[in-house]
Design a binder for this molecule. Structure first.
Ligand SMILES: *[C@@H]1O[C@H](CO)[C@@H](O)[C@H](O)[C@H]1NC(C)=O
Ligand SMILES: *[C@@H]1O[C@H](CO)[C@@H](O)[C@H](O)[C@H]1NC(C)=O
Ligand SMILES: *[C@@H]1O[C@H](CO)[C@@H](O)[C@H](O)[C@H]1NC(C)=O
Ligand SMILES: *[C@@H]1O[C@H](CO)[C@@H](O)[C@H](O)[C@H]1NC(C)=O
Ligand SMILES: *[C@@H]1O[C@H](CO)[C@@H](O)[C@H](O)[C@H]1NC(C)=O
Ligand SMILES: *[C@@H]1O[C@H](CO)[C@@H](O)[C@H](O)[C@H]1NC(C)=O
Length: 338
């Protein structure tokens, strides 16, 4: 640079054309040289950048993952935080497909007591999120990329992420596209239903009564954490409209059957609330299904309706008469003891 300046300053006027050409040549050569140096430096930086980029983006090692498992294994890169040391811990996607008052709230608290499971609640209870398939996909993508924040969101070491999804929240309506999404993204379905749909009906009647009555100090609660609260809620005994009983039970049974038919091509497990209550091994099955390390799962929730079904309604005699001899008479029998 210094030599270049002194040259051009020194000789501008007295020189003939040849000398001017020489200076011009010199300037050109210098220019090209400077450019070359600059380019080399930029290139150098770019190479360094590329190197660190490829270190961060290096695909995670999947050699010890069984080939049949690969479609279900993911390494999400959240936009909102870094997975840090767990960036290469595989993550599985799941959805709990259920109906209201089937124990899915309780089941979800059990799952969320596992350090590596994050189940984000009833995301699609908000109507705008299930307006159409594009809003559904957008919502699911965000959940499965670990970018959805709820109290259940875990940390960078989440190994299974999902939500609970009621059949009447767009799931049946858009079943074809949702099955396609589940199968292309490797989402596993956990069906959770009640075996005894009569118990479920009583739970629905009591819960909707409480929406207005608000028995617990003027607040409505669908789930409780103390036996005292559970006793207060269970003190209300609904009257079941027996002329609607069988059609209602059939409608729910039909819905449940259809959902299992629609989603049968999806990797799935079928759980019944009663089985989870009766048999702790079911929670081991679920953890194996989600391929998470086995842990003791716990929930602070307390069951509201305990004891015999006959003591939970006003018109048990009428209900018995209606169901005896029908497809639904098994619902009259005790199915679990607490
Ligand atoms: C889907 O619903 C959202 C929200 O209601 C709306 O903004 C969007 O235009 C809809 N998209 C399609 C394709 O209908
Ligand atoms: C589960 O979480 C712990 C603690 O955050 C982490 O060390 C572990 O690697 C995680 N396990 C899996 C299977 O991701
Ligand atoms: C209602 O509120 C009182 C006073 O705060 C409290 O002692 C009682 O336990 C509450 N009852 C229930 C059912 O939450
Ligand atoms: C039971 O349902 C039927 C059909 O909807 C209705 O006509 C009847 O009034 C209901 N009975 C009671 C006691 O609510
Ligand atoms: C639902 O499926 C069960 C078992 O396959 C069957 O017994 C029942 O009749 C079905 N119910 C309806 C309403 O389709
Ligand atoms: C409990 O569940 C396990 C796993 O699903 C099953 O193998 C076992 O037979 C069940 N036990 C009882 C008593 O039903």
């Amino acid at each position: 640079m210094f030599r270049f300046d002194s040259l051009t300053v020194k000789h501008p006027k007295k020189n003939p054309l040849a000398l001017r050409m020489l200076v011009l040549m010199f300037v050109l050569v210098c220019g090209v040289y400077i450019c070359a140096v600059c380019l080399k430096q930029i290139g150098g930086h770019a190479t360094v950048g590329l190197l660190s980029f490829s270190v961060a983006e290096r695909p995670c090692d999947v050699t010890d993952i069984d080939p049949s498992e690969k479609p279900y294994v993911h390494f999400p890169k959240p936009e909102t935080f870094s997975r840090e040391e767990c960036a290469c811990n595989p993550v599985r996607y799941f959805a709990i497909l259920s109906t209201q008052r089937s124990g899915s709230g309780w089941f979800e608290t059990l799952l969320n007591s596992h350090m590596n499971i994050s189940s984000n609640g009833e995301i699609f209870s908000v109507k705008v999120r299930r307006s159409n398939m594009s809003t559904i996909v957008e919502t699911l993508d965000k959940i499965y990329n670990l970018d959805w924040f709820t109290s259940a969101s875990k940390n960078e070491c989440t190994a299974a992420v999902g939500l609970k999804w009621m059949l009447n929240q767009g799931l049946m309506q858009h079943h074809e596209e949702i099955v396609e999404y589940f199968n292309s993204k490797g989402v596993s379905a956990i069906f959770l239903f009640r075996q005894n749909l009569l118990r479920r009906m009583i739970s629905i009647l009591a819960n909707s009564f409480d929406q207005n009555a608000k028995l617990l100090n003027g607040t409505h609660k669908s789930h409780v954490h103390s036996t005292h609260e559970a006793e207060i809620l269970a003190s209300y005994k609904p009257v079941v409209n027996t002329s609607l009983l069988i059609p209602n039970l059939r409608q729910v049974e039909d819905l449940v059957n259809k959902s299992m038919e629609y989603f049968k091509s999806t990797r799935h497990i079928i759980l019944y609330y009663e089985d989870i209550i009766n048999n702790q091994t079911k929670l081991v099955d679920v953890q194996n299904f989600l391929r998470v390390p086995l842990q003791e799962l716990s929930s602070r929730q307390v069951k509201i309706h305990k004891g015999s079904l006959s003591s939970q309604v006003e018109n048990w005699g009428e209900i018995e008469k209606t169901l005896k001899g029908t497809h639904y008479q098994s619902y009259l029998h005790e199915d679990y003891k607490l």
